[in-house]
Write a protein that binds this ligand. Structure first.
Ligand code: COA
Length: 381
C-alpha cells in the first residue's frame, strides 16, 4: 500500500489508495473476480440484456423498471431533451479550439442556473434535476460536436430511443441496430464504477450541500483528465500514431523501455483485468466487422499482448471503447463527453446517496512544510 509512515507521523494514504471513504449500495467492484455489479446485477448481463434507459432507471431508483415504469421514465427523458436557445448561443461563443469537455462542463454549469428548481435541494427535486441532466446532456454534447465544426445543431427526436437519438443529433442519421446496440452497451458499461475520481469529486461537492449541477460540474472536471475518462481519447490518438500493425510491437517496446504510461492500460482497483473489457471488446469487434477497422483491432491485440507479457498489465474499458467510437464516426475529442452522457446516471445516484445520509467530506493532511516562523515586514525583506 502506498503510504508514508515516518516516525511519529500519522499514516498518509497517498491517492487515498486502499481507503474506504464511505459505504454505497450502488455498485460493487470485485477485483478478485474481475467483476462489477450495479445494484447487484452483473454489468455484462445488464449490457447484453437491457437497454441503457433501463440501466439509468436502475441506478437512480435501485430496481430495474417494469414496462409501465420504463414507459413513464422514457417519456420524462424524451420530454426533457430540449436545451434553451440561449445555451446554443453561448456554446457558439465558445472558442472553436476549446476542448469539448470544457464546453460540456460549462454548459452543464449553465443548465444549473436555468433549472426551474435551481433553489430546491430536496431529494425529490434533485432526482428530477438528475433526470433533466440525463435527458439534456446528449443534446448539449451533440450541439457542441456540430457547432465546433461550423454545423447547425440537430434537434432531438422524441420518437427515438436514447442511443438512437444520440446518433441522430450527431450525424443526422441512425445506423443499423447492431451499431446502435454497440453504442448502447458502451453507455451501460460506462455508467457507474463506485468511488472513482469523478464520482468522488461529485460526492465531495454534494457533501457541502451544494446542488447537483455543482456536483456534476465537478465530476465532469475530474473526468477530463487522461488518467480517468480522458483515456478513451488518448487511446485513439495512440492507435492513430502507431498507424499500422507492423509498427505496434516496436512502438510499445520503446514506450515500455522509457517507462512511459500506455493509455488504456492499468486500473487503480482492477489488477487482473477490467470486468467491462470482454463485453466492450466483443462489441468493438462487431463494429469493426460492420464498418471496417480491422487494423485498429490488430494493433490493439499486439499492444495488449505486449503489455501483458512485459508488464502484466491489462487493458481497461477505455481501450476497446475509444476505437469503437472512432469507427462509429465520432470525433476523438467527443469521446469523453460521450462518457459524460452515460456517467451522469452514476454521478446522480451517488449525489442522491450522499445527500440522503450526508456527512461533510473533509479529510486531514499531514503538514510537512516550513516550521512556524515570524513574518518579516516588507521593508525589511
Ligand atoms: N502504462 C505503463 N505502466 C503502467 C500503466 C500504464 N498504463 N499503468 C500502471 N503502470 C505501472 C506503473 O508505472 C507502476 O509501475 P512501477 O511500480 O514500476 O512504478 C505500476 O504499473 C503500478 O501502477 P500505479 O501507478 O500504482 O497505478 P495507479 O493505481 O496509481 O494508477 C492508473 C492507475 C489508471 C492511473 C494507471 O494505470 C494509468 O495511468 N493508466 C493509464 C491511463 C488510463 O488508461 N486511465 C483510465 C483508467 S480507467
Amino acid at each position: 500500500m502506498n503510504h508514508i509512515a515516518a516516525e511519529g507521523a500519522p499514516q498518509v494514504f497517498k491517492g487515498l489508495v486502499g481507503v474506504h471513504a464511505d459505504v454505497t449500495a450502488i455498485s460493487k467492484v470485485m477485483p478478485e473476480t474481475n467483476s462489477l455489479t450495479y445494484r447487484g446485477y452483473p454489468v455484462q448481463d445488464l449490457a447484453e440484456q437491457c437497454r441503457f434507459e433501463e440501466v439509468a432507471y436502475l441506478l437512480l431508483e435501485g430496481e430495474l423498471p417494469n414496462r409501465r415504469q420504463l414507459r413513464a421514465f422514457e417519456k420524462e427523458e424524451r420530454a426533457n431533451r430540449g436545451i434553451p436557445k440561449k445555451l446554443i448561443r453561448i456554446i457558439e461563443e465558445f472558442p472553436r479550439r476549446a476542448h469539448p469537455m470544457d464546453a460540456t462542463r460549462t454548459a452543464v454549469s449553465f443548465l444549473g442556473m436555468e433549472d426551474p428548481e435551481a433553489g430546491d435541494n430536496s431529494l425529490e427535486a434533485t432526482k428530477r434535476k438528475a433526470i433533466r441532466l440525463y435527458a439534456k446532456i446528449p443534446t448539449v454534447i451533440a450541439a457542441i460536436a456540430r457547432l465546433r465544426k461550423g454545423k447547425r445543431p440537430i434537434r432531438p427526436k422524441a420518437e427515438l430511443g436514447f442511443a438512437e437519438n444520440i446518433f441522430h443529433m450527431f450525424f443526422g442519421r441512425v445506423p443499423d441496430a447492431e451499431i446502435v446496440k454497440a453504442f448502447d452497451v458502451s453507455m451501460t458499461l460506462y455508467a457507474e464504477h463506485s468511488f472513482n475520481a469523478s464520482t468522488f469529486a461529485a460526492r465531495v461537492v454534494a457533501s457541502t450541500m451544494a446542488d447537483i449541477h455543482a456536483a456534476v460540474t465537478a465530476g465532469i472536471a475530474a473526468l477530463k483528465g487522461p488518467l480517468h475518462g480522458g483515456a478513451n481519447e488518448a487511446v485513439m490518438h495512440m492507435l492513430k500514431e502507431i498507424g499500422t500493425p507492423a509498427r505496434a510491437k516496436g512502438w510499445i517496446d520503446d514506450k515500455l523501455e522509457h517507462r512511459a504510461l500506455v493509455m488504456g492500460f492499468g486500473h487503480r482497483v482492477y489488477r487482473k483485468g477490467d470486468s467491462r473489457v470482454p463485453t466492450m471488446a466483443k462489441w468493438r469487434d462487431r463494429v469493426a466487422e460492420r464498418l471496417g477497422g480491422q487494423k485498429w483491432l490488430e494493433i490493439s491485440r499486439i499492444l495488449a499482448e505486449e503489455m501483458l507479457a512485459k508488464k502484466n498489465i491489462h487493458p481497461n474499458l477505455d481501450f476497446p471503447a475509444g476505437p469503437t467510437y472512432y469507427m462509429m464516426g465520432f470525433d476523438i475529442p467527443m469521446f469523453t463527453p460521450l462518457f459524460v452522457a452515460s456517467r451522469i446516471t452514476g454521478w446522480s445516484a451517488h449525489v442522491l446517496e450522499q445527500m440522503s445520509d450526508n456527512r461533510l467530506i473533509r479529510p486531514l493532511s499531514h503538514y510537512v512544510g516550513v516550521p512556524e516562523r515570524a513574518v518579516v515586514p516588507l521593508a525589511a525583506r
